[in-house]
Structure formats: C-alpha cells, structure tokens
Design a protein around this ligand. Structure first.
Ligand code: AMP
Ligand code: ZN
Length: 430
C-alpha cells in the first residue's frame, strides 16, 4: 500500500468512516473556532450530523478583511509560528496564521498530493513559485522535503537561471504557473536547450491560476512531461487542498482535512454533486485559524464517482472561474477596484479608464488606458512621461505587477451607458 499511496489508510478510507472522521473533526474545529473573536457567539457548541453544517454561517473574504489583523485566531499568540498573507486584495490584506502542527499537517497534505502524481524521493524538485507571503513557494517546499525529494527553492522569475538550475542539477519535477511554463519554453528555445531532449524532466505541477485542458496538453508536449493540476488557496493554507492523480480526471479534495460543499453563488443554497457552483470549505485540521464554511468564489463541480486510483476522496472539476470579478494576472490576484482606487486619487486622471488584459508571447500583459484632461494631454512630453511614471509606480506598489500605462485624450474611450465595462480580458480568445 505504501508504494501506491502516501497515507493509504486515509486516502482509501471507506466513505462512511471518512464522514465519521469529518464529523469528529468538525466538532473539534467548532470548539476551537469558538475561541476566536470572530466566531465567538456565532456557533453552536456541537453538531450531531454532518448535514448540520448548513445551519452554520458562511465566512467570506470580507469577513477576513474585517477581522484584520488577527480576529480569527483561535489559539494563544505563543502557539503561532507563521503567517501568510494573500497576494492581492482591495484594502486590507487577508492573513492566515499557523501553529507548528498546522504547518506539519499542511506539509503532509502536500507530500501526499505530490506522491499521488508519481513524485518520489528520487526526484529533483524545482519550485518556481514565489517564496514569501504567497503560499505556492513554502507550501509545496515543505511537502517536497517531507516526501524526501531533493528540493531546489528557485522561486519565480529569472528564467535563464531557472534553466541553468535545471541543467546543472538534473531537475525531474517542477512547480510552476501554467502561463510561466509557456513563457519559459520560449526562453529555452533562445538558450538552445530542448527540455524534452536535454533534461530528465518528467512531472510538472501546475496551479495558482485558471487554465485550460489545451494549455496542459501543450505544456506536456513541449516539455515531454506529465502535468498535474494543483488547486489551493491561502485561506485553506495554500496548495494541497485538491490535486490530480495519475488518471487526471478531476482533482481529489483531501476530505479528511477540508469539508467540501458546493453552493449556488447567488443564493447560497447547497447544490448536489455534479452541479456547478461555488466551492465552500471548512477546515477540519487547522488549529491556529479554523475557518467555517469559507466561500472561495471559485466555480467548479464535484464528482462523487469512484476513481480507478482507489482513492475515495471526491474529485472537483477544473476551476471554471470566479464568482466575483477578481482577475489573476501572472498568478497574482488583482481586483479592478484596486486600480480604480489608485487612479481616482490622482488629480490629473479623468473619469474614464479601461483595463485590457491579453497574452503576448504566452505571458499575461496588463494595459491600463487612462483618460486625462485636455490641459494635461496637451502638456509637454516630459510632463506626460512624468505622470505616466508616477501612475505606473503607484499601481505597481498596489497590485505587485508592472502595468503598461497609456494616457489617452479625454473622450476617446468607450463611454459607459449604464454598467461600465472596465475590464477587457482577451486571454481566452486565442
Ligand atoms: P491565493 O490565495 O493567492 O493563492 O489564490 C488562490 C486562488 O487562485 C484560488 O481561489 C483560485 O481562484 C486560484 N487557483 C489556485 N489554483 C488554481 C487552479 N489549479 N486552477 C484554477 N484556479 C486556481
Ligand atoms: Zn484518482
């Protein structure tokens, strides 16, 4: 069993036993959440059946922001050993705190996920996700070490160095955003290295942003590897929430650690398996900051059918998108309101602007077209350049990526008649 599974007993647990375990852990979670400022007085002492979860209140991203910096922490401060903060938000960041055991459980879930894809301790694992507050770096890092793989904490960017590391240390598995994987291939070509021919690569873990089945196939072909979908979110610790097995027909959600529900995003009504809706998770094994019925905004459907791999944990489909207007550009979460908030504080900026997102050479691009008043528009070139630079810097500080700012004459952008269309996303059109 150890050869096929990382934690065989848990991964193949009979559904009834799994549900009993969930109920036990749900009550532990409730008891602990009741110690936090946020959940105090909002939860029953315990529930008798799993279905009673539907009587508990939802937790939203806004709740997380409102309880900034530590309103949801359920343990004494001395028990916390790490925090992670979400990559992009309107206003306040969302913060998740972990105890030593939380980090341990998370590492186990990541190791379990990676093992499921076929990764072993003989692999050389290059982690090309950003290290730091973002969970993609440290999350799988600890998992890979737990698995016993030789782990290279390369972090994201610096493509030539990534390729050099791969060549020098004979990388066999890597973790990367799908958009970066496509871009990196272009750099491989420039460098005269053929990843398929020159490297022992065999597995890629792709996640952090939505992508199509076609993109997966393309990456598999270019690199000569097997690519697996990895889903997670910082509110549920990060990667290691759901992962594909070698059958690649949906991602197994680790239901011993997360209680999964799917709801109608508009009404909040629970849906049945197979229906597409918003994923809602309750943490079942987190001490530092338990979350009850967290609304992810991510849209997917659940597949209850048994998987040939023998794991009994239900699978979710590819994430279709988000129920809100959050954009993911180069793997970073951005809300259009963050951009608007910055622009509207700059006196020279007019009333209309447009956000255009596209893919150029496999990489996301962000163009922000901004109308400025006549007087500004007809100012000197150096004045205009100065303004452009100032706006670019302010935006970059807020959204963490570099936008191309285009200043246009007042009245040249499509006027809004009713609801304004502020975002044009052309990435799906190619
Ligand atoms: P963050 O909390 O910053 O790590 O962002 C988490 C969000 O990234 C999720 O809620 C999803 O919207 C998105 N995401 C993560 N993994 C995937 C994936 N495999 N497919 C599609 N979207 C994903
Ligand atoms: Zn499976």
């Amino acid at each position: 069993m150890k050869d096929t599974y990382w934690e065989g007993e848990t991964e193949t647990m009979d559904r009834r036993a799994l549900q009993a375990l969930q109920l036990h852990r749900l009550n532990e979670t409730i008891a602990s959440a009741r110690n936090s400022d946020f959940y105090r007085g909002k939860l029953p002492v315990r529930v008798e059946r799993l279905e009673e979860i539907e009587t508990l209140p939802f937790t939203t991203k806004q709740d997380l922001r409102d309880s900034f910096p530590a309103g949801m922490v359920a343990v004494p401060k001395e028990d916390l050993v790490r925090l992670h903060s979400s990559s992009g938000t309107t206003g306040r960041a969302t913060v998740v705190y972990h105890t030593k055991r939380d980090i341990d459980v998370w590492a186990d879930l990541c190791a379990r996920s990676m093992y499921m894809t076929g990764m072993r301790n003989t692999d050389v694992f290059q982690n090309m996700m950003g290290y730091g507050l973002f969970t993609g770096g440290l999350g799988l890092h600890y998992g890979a070490e737990r698995l016993g793989a030789l782990t290279i904490p390369a972090s994201s960017g610096n493509s030539k160095r990534q390729i050099r590391l791969m060549c020098d240390f004979h990388t066999t598995a890597f973790h990367i955003t799908p958009s970066y994987a496509l871009h990196l291939y272009g750099v491989f070509c420039e460098e005269g290295v053929d990843p398929k021919r020159d490297l022992p690569l065999r597995i890629a873990l792709l996640g952090a942003e939505p992508y199509s089945e076609g993109t997966r196939r393309k990456i598999e072909k270019l690199y000569g590897i097997d690519a697996f979908n990895s889903y997670g979110l910082s509110e549920m610790s990060g990667p290691g929430v759901a992962f594909e097995c070698t059958y690649k027909e949906g991602m197994h959600v680790w239901e011993d650690a997360f209680l999964l529900e799917v709801i109608d995003p508009k009404t909040g009504t629970p849906l049945t398996d197979g229906d597409e809706g918003e994923l809602v998770f309750t943490t079942l094994r987190r001490e530092g900051m338990p979350l009850i019925r967290y609304r992810t905004g991510d849209i997917a459907s659940v597949n209850r059918k048994g998987c040939p791999c023998g794991r009994t944990h239900r699978r979710i489909s590819r994430i279709k998108g988000r129920s809100d207007d959050m954009l993911i550009i180069k793997g970073v979460n951005i809300y259009p309101m963050q951009i608007e908030k910055i622009l509207m504080d700059i006196p020279e900026v007019g009333n209309n602007y447009l956000i255009e997102i596209d893919t150029v050479d496999y990489l996301d691009t962000l163009v922000v077209k901004i109308e400025v008043g006549q007087k500004t528009f007809h100012g000197t070139i150096s004045e205009l350049e100065g303004l452009k630079r100032r706006i670019t810097d302010l935006l970059r500080t807020e959204i963490l990526i570099h936008p191309k700012v285009v200043l246009v004459e007042h009245g040249s952008l499509p006027p809004s008649e009713g609801k304004a269309v502020r975002v044009i996303d052309r990435r799906g059109e190619k």
